[in-house]
Design a protein around this ligand. Sequence first.
Ligand code: 15L
Length: 272
Amino acid sequence: MKRVLITGAAGDVGTHLRRELAGKYVLRVSDLRGLKKINKEEQFVRADISKFADALRITKGVDAVIHLGGYSVEGPWDAILNANIVGCHNIFEAARQNGVKRILFPSSNHAVGFYRRKKTIDDRVYPKPDGRYGVSKVFGEALGSLYADKYGMQVYCIRLGNVNPLPIDKRRLSIWLSPRDLAQLVTIGIEHPKIKFEIVYGVSRNKRSWYDNSNAYRLGYKPQDNAEKYAKEVLKREKPGDPISEKYQGGIFTVVEEVTNPAPLPKKKGKR
Ligand code: 15L
């Protein structure tokens, strides 16, 4: 059984993934925070990925890394710099030094959030990040490309939409990713024999999708879910949105400076 490291394992996406991948891989799960529950077949290692020594320690002896760790929404530059720029570089470099060949980098729809909703985009469009967070995801994709070309690593970037058991609003009807479709996309990223550098969109087969996800389909992705099933219910609850953010795929990220972090970092003593 392959040994797989999941960083940022305490977050929402990490929690879904741990449940979905249990029994298929030997999971090492890591986070800056503790985990509410550690399954008996998981190995938990606490780590601060902005420290290179921690990144080196957790990437030792695994076959693949799913690098979820980092700041997961728009926020202050110092937090994004530490977690998503320094932390991401540490993970790629530590994996390289430890001889880990395969990295799955969960990027985000916010790497391309300034594309208009009326435009369908594929994996080859140039980035149009909608904030500092989006820029950090473009950085991760670029780093992945460099490590693939220069060091022969196998890098699979998933531009995640919104991972949730159900789509939560109108925008998410276009970018929803069910946990089981997430697991399928990730499994392709771990198992596909011919990955060099790929970008796929992390979305289910949504009728209102803004993405041409043919690259994922080429690699064998067959999503089972479609947000349209829940559209009536979702649209009934929908309130009129901000007119600017309604134009763009990234939604509210295109107009605000901070989005509430669903998983705040533990408070450190002194100034962060
Ligand atoms: C993301 O990239 C975030 O990590 C997630 O929390 C959601 O905000 C998602 O995008 C989204 O666009 O819904």
